[in-house]
Ligand binder design. Structure first.
Ligand SMILES: [Ca+2]
Length: 302
């Protein structure tokens, strides 16, 4: 099968190059104390809602113009905090659309939290807020630019992640950039927090905008799927459960920089963010993908 061969090749490539991809229980985990305090989709400002002729519905949109963030983004001090004051700013350094984008910078110790045993995590992330997306087909789009002077280091780094409220540990879907390797992970529903599949993504060229698109069906059964496009081309597909039965019907996406502690700052840019719900309920699509691996280390993965 073409897909099987491709998936196996991708898995082999990723496992041969990713030295340590352990996320640990703190990979984007939020403390329970912060749950339930953010706006739901019902509270999305009316001017963000629209409906096209094709039956799709634009839920969230931010082109990062006009000097301020769209209202739907959770504030930086939400819960234990998503970013430090000044870490997120509208910037005219680069623009994928219009005249500006959002610049996100993380410094050592920002929003310090426990990471894997013996490690600390730090972050500067924009949080989409929680939305009822179970059993719907949805599509996230955003553009990302990694500047030329970005530190390319072998340290855990998540630049986009999707999580389900009420579920601790690793994100269901994550886009990662580590040591120059660009890849997506899918957490195994019902498995250990670190048990996941790896999908190598095309090179994230520094100094250039890349357009990411994730079509996701959040489902507790085999109707679930993830389809990733990069710069208009399909780059990864997964078919299988994407939601936990013990979790709530509240899903959220974060973009930015989430990493294990590192001494030097990192800055990244995003633009043209949107979340669209597609017509129809989620349905299985027969996609194939790689096998599960517990990515604690290269040795364990092999
Ligand atoms: Ca823009």
């Amino acid at each position: 099968m073409k897909h099987s061969q491709l998936s196996l090749a991708l898995l082999t490539a990723v496992l041969s190059t990713v030295i340590c991809t352990s996320c640990g229980p703190a990979d984007g985990e939020e403390p329970a104390s912060g749950i339930g305090t953010r706006p739901s989709s019902a509270n999305i400002p009316g001017d963000l809602l629209s409906r096209s002729d094709s039956g799709t519905r634009l839920l969230l949109e931010d082109g990062f113009e006009g000097g301020s963030l769209a209202e739907f983004w959770a504030p930086g001090d939400y819960g234990s905090g998503r970013y430090e004051p000044g870490a997120v700013a509208i910037s005219s350094d680069f623009a994928r659309s219009g005249r500006s984008s959002v610049r996100i910078t993380v410094h050592k110790g920002d929003i310090d939290q426990p990471g894997d045993p013996g490690t600390r995590s730090e972050r500067a992330e924009l949080d989409s807020g929680k939305h009822a997306l179970l059993d719907q087909q949805i599509r996230y789009r955003f553009s990302v630019l990694v500047p030329d002077d970005f530190p390319i280091v072998d340290n855990r780094l998540v630049i986009a992640q999707w999580k389900q409220d009420g579920v601790s540990g690793s994100p269901v879907v994550a886009q990662r950039f580590r040591g120059g390797h660009h890849y997506m992970t899918i957490r195994r529903i019902g498995g250990l927090s670190g048990e996941r599949r790896y999908f190598q993504l095309p090179t994230l060229t520094t100094g250039a905008w890349h357009d990411m698109e994730y079509t996701i069906g959040f489902s507790t059964d085999d109707r679930g799927f993830v389809r990733a496009l990069m710069d208009g081309k399909e780059v990864a597909t997964y078919s299988g459960p994407t939601a936990f039965t013990q979790g709530t019907n509240r899903f959220y996406n974060k973009i930015g920089l989430y990493r294990d502690r590192w001494p030097t700052p990192m800055t990244i840019y995003f633009d043209t963010y949107e979340l669209t719900t597609l017509s129809g309920s989620v349905r299985g699509n027969g996609m194939e993908s790689s096998k599960w691996s517990e990515g604690v280390s290269r040795k364990n993965a092999q």
